[in-house]
Design a protein around this ligand. Sequence first.
Ligand SMILES: [Zn+2]
Length: 405
Amino acid sequence: MESMKERFVRYTSINTRSDEASQTIPSTKRQTEFAKILVADLKEIGLSDVALHDNGYVIGHLPANTDQDVPAIGFIAHMDTADYNSEGIKPRIIENYDGKDIVLNQSLNIVSRLADFPNLKNYKGKTLVVTDGTTLLGGDDKAGIVEIMEAMKILLANPSIKHGTIYVGFGPDEEIGRGADHFDVKAFPVAYAYTVDGDKLGGLEYETFNAAAANVTLKGISVHPGSAKNTMVNCNKVAMEFDRMLPQCAVPECTENYEGFIMLLKSDTAVDHGQMSYIIRDHDRSKFEVKKDLFKLAEKVINERYGMEAIKVDLKDSYYNMYDIIKDHMDCVDHAKKAMEKAGITPDVQPVRGGTDGSKISFMGIPTPNLFTGVENLHGRHEFACLEDMEASVKTIVNIANCAL
Ligand SMILES: [Zn+2]
């Protein structure tokens, strides 16, 4: 039978990049092709009712093997990879890593240097899977997929490990923040679930940002500059004026931990029109609301100043901090901690400065914290996976499933 390492190399070699610009579900056909492979592989492993659903999710389950009244739980990972070259991924295995710079590509002189990635020194002596320097690896989140599958294989081969019903879900389009919008809770009837989509060993996450997007439309008045006095409204200047009314220190480059931010993503202005897009992030819901209110206040002040609708702000919430749901279900977090400790892993709880699929799924009624995968340097050519840490993830999943834990 195929080992986890072999399966990981096989899956990461497949291009499953999602596409922000696409309107289809999933956003790319190649994800559907990969989903079909996963359906066949989950059936081969022995899961029940494995199917590819219209929302792009592959779902199957492992029936309970105990009469004990234990809740059904789920494990979720995503099929797509980040917005980075994923054409011709060639995963390479480094056994017994020597702890030095890793030459990813000799001819192109692409090297993962310890000076740039000091985290590499933690992996001396371990087995790494790296790229050839021209693509990402896609361990985010193919590691999550193979770890869940490996854990299901172990549970099926060891009936002495007692468990309730376990649902498995592999979804599309996480990287473009869309896949979970179409998650079908009725097809995934569990008390709680875990996304297996974190990074380094021990990671356990149950706090995310609250997130919104702000689109700002500017309208000005363009006249000949020689006769513009008291007439011209220059959107190039109005845009700067508007931005200066927002908190200047609450930006990504000046914030960390639980500090929220406002980020100007794009600004495209001319004299008589313009468009700016921002993202707004905060773990704290009330501070998040205040940040959104500041946009509306700046809009009001500017429009009053110019006596016209020079600025129009459209705010749209993207996702919310899963902790607002999970705080009433901390048993699923405690259970994961216990499962890690039993596997000899020290849980490393950190707030996510971003969102996960679990942010949305938690608000749909299934509390869904996030577990580590054993992959680091995500979303680029320096991404690597550590096989021993992937095995630790498998142990964690098996322990979580084990109702006798
Ligand atoms: Zn991911």
